[in-house]
Design a protein around this ligand. Structure first.
Ligand SMILES: Nc1ncnc2c1ncn2[C@@H]1O[C@H](COP(=O)(O)OP(=O)(O)OP(=O)(O)O)[C@@H](O)[C@H]1O
Length: 699
């Protein structure tokens, strides 16, 4: 025993020395970047060009400082010893000294680091040994080795508990941490996949889908420079979830990933939410066609165009208007941009008309004068000019007409613009959605595939606040009237992707023209607005049927006991789904009945008991959305995180207390899936508190 301890202590000491050398180089790099940044900021720019260059350089250096600072904690976590004696240390970022051939620290995403994650005794990938380092701050406090080539342990090998076990035993903090040191082979294979198109990762609760998605985002930034140039977007279901995952990428040295919800992406803050049946209808991609039809209906409906120019009314025939409309529509420009083209084409037609009618008027005057006086005015004018010694032909009406000047004047003319506005009005996204869902005749005209009842559900009162299900409609309308979103991304990661409606998928695809995406989710955990049953159905219309589908099979969160307790529920909500395995053991879930005492009394007693027995652990109380207010008012948040069931997806706690499971099931359609999500949030203990149904007292 003491011999083993001696070996471990000696190896820890050796690693300490190496890690402190790496730490010194890291400090040098960080100090260098900070110094350079301070230098750039201190030097006054000479002129606008230099100010711009300074800004660019300062931005780049500030990013570098943030990248280094983010990766400082747990900078070095692994080492691989190749069979030929080469030693590589693996860390959150790469460090290299020009004087050395081998890197001082290999970035975990580099190809050279792959065996650290993927080597097994069956496929050792030329490794003899894989070593995990455990650090407290900068100091190595433990090492643990795996021998991969079948060789016998030597006096330098420290075999013991796996690092994964240690990682999983850590307390939850309310924020997810990176799993970069312990990514498992099946996860790593997805993170490092060379596939640049759409990758879908499915798996039961706690199988590491979020872990894979976030490490994949970091990998894409490292390995796919073209995608990295355009940036990476991580889309999550709500702000609470984004807060939960917000630390992972910065701790991998990646600060420039955009984390957003659909609302943030569309830049719309909804003021209400729709009932589920309305949200489902609004999520249907059929609404995209309807919105497009509304916009088309506002583009120069049939008819002549009449406008007052100076003292005259000029009329353009329907055919001229139709031609301008078709050219503007087929230009590929969005409605408000195509309006300018439409106006220019109308003005061109007007100018032609003015030139023609001007020439006609002059000819008519000439003819009248000739009839009255017998004089040919053109000939008289030519003779006058000859007498004056000018030999030029007199200007005709057409020559006098300055088409360019008239055109410019018309384009600037306010009354002409107003006339165009009547024909092709500038629209806001809100106008379009409002026109579809509020105007009396629009639903019947554009939503023919819906029944009368469905159309009635879709109707919204004029001036009502926008709802969360309106957000993708507004975004669609924005793309129709103002064009595609300004910012597109090179790669998009979607977590809880089973939640997205057809209209939301359209939002995402608009922002990722390269269709390079990592989508992770689980249909057994789908919320009530989800209508698709599987990935092919959900993605087919938007991304096609060809995607790389991967399945994770091991749960790193949900204990075997909790998985067993939820087996029947899973069989009901996802019949035929093969069960997942868990590598965690814990307590058998308990059930408490909140009767005859009030619920809050039972709950507070339970939370106090747990806090006393397991101090410092993170407890989540999950309840039906409608009960949150009551529990918040009773001060439950002093003891635990209080989470409405609709927002529990993706979250994790040491212990979960699920309040009134029957209430969660009944709260909204698909409530059994909400309950499944709630029951699978704990890493250690689950307790459900049942509430007796309210008794109706007959009078
Ligand atoms: N390789 C790993 N090393 C250490 N911890 C891991 C690993 N993989 C997953 N975990 C941990 O397991 C827990 C569950 O992971 P994650 O949240 O990614 O699962 P999920 O599949 O997204 O779950 P859900 O379906 O509930 O959203 C997290 O605490 C995560 O850090």
């Amino acid at each position: 025993m003491s011999q083993i301890n001696d070996v471990a202590a000696r190896e820890v000491e050796l690693e300490r020395v190496q890690v402190s050398v790496i730490g010194e180089l890291f400090d040098e790099r960080l100090a260098g970047a900070r110094e350079q940044l301070a230098g750039v900021l201190a030097s006054p720019p000479d002129g606008a060009g230099e100010a711009y260059e300074r800004e660019v350089a300062a931005g780049r250096l500030a990013r570098e400082v943030r990248r280094l600072e983010g990766a400082e904690d747990g900078l070095v976590f692994g080492r691989i010893d190749l069979a030929d004696g080469t030693v590589l240390r693996i860390g959150r970022l790469g460090l290299h000294r020009d004087s050395d051939e081998l890197p001082v620290l290999v970035d975990w995403r580099a190809e050279a680091a792959r065996p650290f994650y993927e080597a097994t005794p069956v496929h050792p990938m030329r490794l003899r040994r894989r070593r995990h380092l455990r650090l407290a701050g900068r100091t190595v406090v433990g090492v643990s080795d795996e021998l991969l080539d079948g060789s016998a342990p030597t006096g330098q090998d420290v075999l013991g508990d796996g690092p994964l076990t240690a990682a999983l035993q850590e307390r939850r903090t309310g924020r997810m941490g990176a799993a970069v040191a312990t990514l498992q082979a099946e996860q790593d294979a997805i993170v490092r996949s060379p596939h640049r198109g759409v990758t879908v990762v499915q798996g039961g609760p706690g199988t590491g889908k979020t872990v894979v998605a976030l490490h994949r985002a970091a990998y894409v930034l490292y390995a796919f420079p073209k995608a990295a140039e355009r940036g990476v977007l991580v889309l999550g279901p709500n702000a609470r979830f984004l807060d939960y995952i917000s630390q992972v990428l910065p701790s991998l040295g990646e600060n420039d990933v955009v984390l957003a919800t659909c609302e943030e992406l569309a830049d719309v803050a909804p003021g209400a939410s729709d009932p589920v049946e309305v949200a489902r209808l609004k999520g249907s991609a059929a609404l995209a066609d309807a919105l497009a039809a509304v916009v088309r209906s506002r583009q120069a409906p049939a008819g002549d165009f009449e406008v007052r120019v100076g003292q005259e009314w000029i009329r353009l025939p329907d055919s001229d208007v139709a031609q301008a409309r078709e050219s503007a529509r087929t230009s590929g420009l969005a409605h408000n941009r195509a309006r300018r083209l439409f106006k220019e084409l109308l003005v061109d037609a007007l100018v032609r008309e003015l030139a023609r009618s001007g020439a006609e008027t002059l000819e008519r005057i000439d003819a009248q004068v000739a009839q009255l006086t017998g004089l040919d005015l053109d000939r008289v004018a030519a003779a006058d000019l000859r007498r004056l010694g000018v030999d030029e032909a007199p200007a005709t009406g057409a020559d006098v007409f300055d088409a360019d000047a008239v055109r410019a004047e018309l384009l600037d003319d306010a009354s002409l613009d107003q006339a165009v506005e009547d024909l092709w009005p500038r629209l806001t996204p809100g106008d379009v959605v409002q026109a579809l869902l509020t105007d009396g005749d629009a639903p019947a005209a554009y939503l023919r595939q819906f029944t009368d009842d469905q159309r009635a559900l879709l109707w919204r009162a004029p001036g009502a606040p926008w709802t969360d299900a309106d957000v993708p409609l507004l975004d669609e309308a924005a793309s129709l009237v103002d064009g595609p979103p300004e910012h597109a991304f090179g790669h998009v990661v979607v977590d809880e992707a089973q939640e997205l409606t057809g209209m939301q998928w359209r939002m995402i695809v608009r922002r990722c023209p390269g269709r390079s995406m990592t989508l992770v989710g689980d249909f057994a955990q789908a919320g009530p607005a989800t209508v698709a049953q599987d990935w092919t159905e959900a993605l087919g219309p938007h991304l096609g049927r060809r995607f790389d589908l991967r399945t994770l099979t091991v749960s790193y969160r949900t204990t075997q006991e909790i998985l067993a307790a939820t087996e029947d529920l899973l069989a009901r909500i996802a019949p035929g789904r093969p069960p997942i395995r868990s590598i965690r053991r814990g307590e058998v879930p308990r059930t408490l009945a909140a009767a005859p005492e009030p619920l809050v009394t039972t709950l507070v007693r339970e939370l106090r008991a747990q806090a006393a027995a397991y101090p410092g652990e993170l407890i989540g109380v999950i309840c039906a959305d409608g009960r949150t207010e009551q529990l918040a008012a009773a001060g439950i948040e002093r003891h635990a995180r209080l989470v409405p069931a609709s927002q529990a997806r993706g979250l994790e706690f040491d212990a979960a207390v699920v309040v009134d499971p029957a209430g969660i099931t009944a709260a909204r359609p698909g409530g059994e899936r909400d309950l499944y999500v709630a029951l699978t949030r704990a890493t250690k203990r689950l307790c459900t508190v049942t509430v007796p149904p309210a008794v109706k007292i007959a009078r």
